[in-house]
Design a protein around this ligand. Structure first.
Ligand code: KIV
Length: 268
């Protein structure tokens, strides 16, 4: 008889942080990829609104709807046995606490998500607090915020100067205080990410944020070399060496766990 699968929980992620065991996270949007990731031991599967770009073919994430995320989370949840499933709250789906709670509840109840993720700093603290009070686990997201694409004028490294770095660190502390139970840091200098990770009790998962975060996440299509155009600096193509999709995912999980990814060449 095979051993029963033990699902990853939020307390497990906190324990991994305390024990300095790296968390491996990846995106998935369908049952087939989610199954491969789950089998490979990926701890957190993110149904990211990056699906707008890699599945739907938009130039950014702003066209993704709540129904899109519900649908893709359902597809993922059907084949996941172990990983913790995080679903993104899409653009304009969390502009008031009440609206956020209704939409997050759909991601949990209909989609099968264990946690929801939303972008933004201290201005989101009230919403994070409201969701936490309804027992919905929230992952915050700081640094490069793809839903601010038009305001930012594109995708670029954030918080490079001292003032912006200070604001980001304060935002992280405020969101943790408000009830966020995890944080994604995207495209910020590695030194700042290391400081935020050290100052927070909640698990911090980085993408383009250096090797000192508690875990790493990538868009799965990127690590398989499927990105259109030039790959961002923080991406590594794991398929090129591994030769198969499952081999590439295995290699990513091992590299994250052993602290070999990201390397110096992937950080800002
Ligand atoms: O949507 C997404 O895939 C994300 C990751 C880039 C962290 O938010």
């Amino acid at each position: 008889m095979t051993d029963p699968v033990v699902a990853v929980t939020l307390p497990d992620l906190f324990r991994m942080k305390q024990e300095q065991r790296k968390i491996a996270a990846l995106t998935a949007y369908d049952a087939s990829f989610a199954g491969i990731l789950d089998q490979a031991g990926v701890d957190v599967i993110l149904v990211g609104d990056s699906l707008g770009m890699v599945i739907q073919g938009y130039a950014h994430t702003l066209g993704v709807t709540l129904q899109d995320i519900v649908y893709h989370t359902q597809c993922v949840a059907r084949s996941v046995r172990r990983a913790l499933i995080v679903a993104d709250m899409p653009f304009m789906s969390y502009h008031s606490p009440q609206q956020a709670a209704e939409n997050a509840a759909r991601l949990v109840q209909q989609g099968g998500a264990h946690m929801v993720k939303l972008e933004g700093g201290r201005r989101r603290a009230e919403i994070v607090g409201f969701l936490s009070a309804q027992n919905i686990s929230v992952c915050a997201h700081l640094g490069l915020l793809p839903q601010s694409f038009h305001q930012l004028g594109g995708f670029s490294v954030q918080a490079r100067d001292e003032h912006a770095a200070h604001i980001l660190l304060e935002d992280a502390l405020i969101l943790q205080e408000a009830g966020a139970r995890a944080l994604v840091l995207e495209c910020i200098p590695a030194q700042l990410a290391a400081e935020v990770t050290a100052r927070l009790a909640i698990p911090v998962i980085g993408i383009g944020a250096g090797a000192d975060c508690d875990g790493q996440v990538l868009v799965t299509h990127d690590l398989l070399g499927m990105a259109q155009g030039r790959s961002p600096r923080f991406v590594k193509n794991f398929l090129a060496e591994a030769g198969s999709v499952s081999g590439a995912i295995d290699a990513y999980v091992r590299a994250v766990r052993e602290g070999r990814f990201p390397g110096r060449e992937h950080v800002f």
